[in-house]
Design a protein around this ligand. Structure first.
Ligand code: SAH
Ligand code: TYD
Length: 399
């Protein structure tokens, strides 16, 4: 039922940054074939060859939500809104990572679920009740047995799209959510992904890129419905879905839901042919980016990368860009620095403002934080520094 429309080649696990020792010992990296398809029944867009969760989310997981001010601010704003308008009594967050959202709430009001031990340790240390587990029915049952209080708000950002079995995800949610409770999920928007030609939203962890159309299809089987939706600028354009039980009449369905649905239908997100057009744009994006980089290298200029993202891993491996082209990446994440990008083995150096002075061009790995980064690097841009991005199309950005 899921028909392939895009082939991004053999790819390493996107967050599997390598140590110098791994390179010396020629440690074998796990590669998978990154193909993307469209399911004409559920309208879900997903990768076709998945990697077991335990292989991706282990005790060395490097990603930290708090590395961007944009995300911290977005979570803070949402928390304030939730406190005022929903007044939750007891909150469950699935994929709580380093607590960037949950730390805006009182410790005795929340439960965190985070499978990576090294990350779960952070919220535990802050005093939040944290289950170091994958979200599934077994955990849902355990939580319901242990906690006598009703959970009236479940929140999950950039996580449910990482879980293969969506039916298990939503039935487990229904198991713990109170009758009048709400579920809020947020993930990159398929519509924006297509508009941005941001094919790097696809990698082993991002099993799905959701649309409202596909979310509706998935949740209706569980007696759930979207009653409001918010467009966010985060991660290149995300959607925040407000979901309730169909039997819950406390909330009216907002006009925004209809508007989003119409926009998606107008863009034909429910048709396979749309994705074939996207494939052509992706192929052109690859050619365009390679040409820009080759022209710069012919002029013997220095290129570095900014933001050693999982997304950049997709781009580098798909376009076959190695350290002859990009000398190194800069990143603020402690667990990424002094390691090497998966597959392409480009070094990641700790972020240092001065490093930009030695570069002629900077490839934006974290293009989704462009605003935040450009604000931070105003001096570099004003001094004639140039950024390179592939979103929405490959180009050089000057001040
Ligand atoms: N919510 C944060 C983190 C997103 S990264 C944010 O929006 O910034 C995704 C997180 O989900 C990781 O911390 C990962 O360990 C966690 N995760 C992955 N699979 C999961 C699963 N099956 N159940 C719960 N959490 C999961
Ligand atoms: P992100 O785009 O959230 O994720 P993904 O890995 O899922 O594609 O990652 C942003 C990365 O960019 C993260 O490694 C931190 C880094 N970063 C910086 O180094 N400096 C910055 O100013 C910002 C905003 C991010």
């Amino acid at each position: 039922m899921t028909k392939k429309f895009l082939d991004l080649g053999m790819q390493p696990l996107a967050n599997n940054y390598l140590k110098r020792d791994d390179l010396i010992k020629k440690k074998k990296e796990l590669f998978y074939h990154l193909e993307v398809g469209f399911n004409s029944k559920t309208k879900l867009v997903s990768i076709l060859n998945t990697v077991p969760s335990k292989k991706m989310f282990d005790d060395n997981y490097p990603y930290r939500s708090s590395m961007s001010k944009t995300m911290l601010l977005s979570f803070k704003k949402l928390s304030k809104y939730l406190r005022v308008f929903f007044k939750p009594n007891y909150i469950l967050e699935i994929g709580s990572n380093d607590g960037s959202l949950i730390k805006n709430f009182n410790k005795n009001k929340v439960i965190c679920v985070e499978p990576c031990k090294n990350v779960a340790k952070i919220t535990k240390k802050l005093g939040y009740k944290t289950f170091t587990d994958f979200w599934n029915i077994k955990l849902a049952r355990k939580i319901k047995t242990i906690n006598k209080r009703e959970i009236d708000l479940i929140y999950s950002a950039n996580t449910l799209s990482h879980i293969n079995n969506l039916n298990s995800v939503f039935s487990s949610i229904c198991h713990v959510m109170s009758d009048q409770g709400i579920l809020i999920i947020e993930d990159p928007s398929l519509l924006e992904c297509l508009k941005n030609v941001s094919y790097d939203q696809f990698y082993n962890e991002h099993i799905y890129v959701f649309s409202l159309i596909s979310i509706n299809e998935v949740i209706k089987k569980h007696g759930l419905e979207v009653f409001d939706i918010e467009k966010l600028e985060t991660h290149g354009g995300s959607l925040r879905y407000y979901i309730k039980r169909k039997s819950n009449n406390k909330f009216k369905i907002s006009e925004r839901v209809k508007k989003q649905l119409n926009e998606e239908i107008k863009y034909k997100l429910h048709k396979y042919s749309t994705f074939i057009k996207f494939r052509k744009k992706v192929e052109n994006s690859k050619k365009g980016l390679k040409k820009i980089l080759e022209d710069i290298k012919k002029r013997r200029k220095k290129i570095i990368g900014y933001g050693a993202t999982a997304k950049a891993s997709t781009v580098l491996n798909y376009c076959n860009i190695k350290d002859e082209t990009i000398d190194y990446f800069l990143d603020t994440t402690p667990d990424k620095v002094n390691k090497f990008m998966p597959g392409t083995h480009i070094l990641i150096k700790p972020y240092d403002k001065k490093s930009l002075n030695y570069a002629d061009y900077v490839f934006l790995g974290a293009w989704n934080f462009r605003k935040e980064i450009f604000k931070k690097e105003k001096k570099f841009l004003m001094g004639g520094g140039k950024f390179i991005t592939h979103v929405t199309k490959p180009r050089i950005i000057k001040s």
